[in-house]
Design a protein around this ligand. Sequence first.
Ligand code: GLC
Length: 558
Amino acid sequence: MALPVDSASGTLDLLPPWWRQAVVYQVYPRSFADADADGIGDLRGILSRVDYLSDLGIDAIWLSPFYPSALADGGYDVDDYRDVDPRLGTLDDFDDLLRALHSRDIKVVVDIVPNHTSNRHRWFQEALEAGRGSAARERYIFREGTGPDGLEPPTDWGAMFGGSAWERVADGQWYLHTFAIEQPDLNWNHPEVREDFLTTLRFWADRGVDGFRIDVAHLLAKDLTEPLPSSAELALMPKDGKHPLVDRDEVHEIYAQWRALFNSYDPPRTAVAEAWVDPSRIHLYARPESLGQAFNFDLLETDFDAAQFRRVISDNLALVAESGSSSTWVLSNHDVVRHATRYGLDPEAIGTRLPARHGGDWLVAGGDEAQLDRERGARRARAATTFILGLPGSTYLYQGEELGLHEVADIPASARQDPTFFRTHGEEVGRDGCRVPLPWAPDGSSFGFGDDGAHLPQPEWFARYAVSVEEADPRSTLHLYRTALRLRHELQTGEHLEWVETGRDDVLRFARPNGWHIVTNFGTEPYELDDAPVVLASTPTPLGVVPGETTVWLAPVE
Ligand code: GLC
């Protein structure tokens, strides 16, 4: 293939960077594969499945945190950013895994959690010991309480996982934790905090990691000038870069420094922001001089509906054009109800729209099986995934979705781990249902996950979705993903699409610059097609027809 030549300089213009159109597969390490039989997935477990990842055809994996952690928040409570949790392995295991993945041409993205450390982090322990007024407390956000004897928290702010966002320590001061009690927020105005994260980024970049996923990237910068506003006052403030807690303009000074560091490597390291901000401000994170890419979570809140999909896609393609980045499509991750399950529930029947984040009402109600149409959910999930895999930009897949896995709803209270469950006294069940260890085989103590059980209980029906079962079935979801990812290499040229009218409100069709067409029938009535060979179909498709809730890919006619 001829490389494009930059006409101004006469030099070879490099091909677009790998991440622009990559398929990135998220591994939640504690639930992927367990090599040392302790019920917790580990790095050697992932290493033992590198062939599986390679056969899937992904371009990169994103590893959720594997650092030492008491698991108060599934590893997002980090004790030490430059080490591996001993239950998950060692730094040598990490290097072996990195080497094995790179030898298969799979890039590696690691998760950086900069808004908070864990309460077991050396700094927080020092802060507790050093007492009020100490330099060690300056790295966090400590304040005096209010009310008689300071027994009330400094403000009425609530934490994301429920309860107050402040916790009192033995000497009577309070510290801020936006998430769990065990996740004290860092003070990003402190030079040592900034410096130490640069050291962490260098530590992993020097080891050879290709990129970073930045956890709650929009929360680091805070203005905590007294008097602190109440939560009612906060709620009324616009999120325009000046809000005291969220998406402040200054946060980009931090990322400009990080970008300089990333660009000092060859090739430059990539980064993707997890930033839950107003769509009009997402481009600030996705700019090349900032993190370079940002997650777009709109599809997590979108029904299986043609008009909604079309709007989200058009809006997001317009937004990325503003930043010069590429779009990111996400249907599932470790924080939301799996999309096969979301699409298998009828919002009207369960009396509510299903919020993807933090569980959803269906799960709160105990996940009544009678309300879930598993077949329909799986069918729609296959159609939605093959639709987004045809779009320009990168796609983030979450482990287990390639098996068509559903959310596990019936986890007993005694086995639950998510802090959301505990802090809301069970009112919100939280995110354990999408984090249940993967089934690799239809039998064994943990369906092939490991040799000694699984840290979250796996249901009987996992047997049907086991990797070995799906490998043996050419009509399985796993085979669909493999075929789609293989064909995607031919389809992904250019970063544009053109909508093609279909004559039906519930059928979407778009064309890619090289002549591939993607057609999705979001309705239930079959849609007739009289052109082009179908090279991929998300459900078995008779000639000339796109059945209901199905996507087909049409190759250009030679
Ligand atoms: C992000 C993570 C989530 C975690 C939270 C706090 O939203 O994706 O899992 O609980 O940040 O670190």
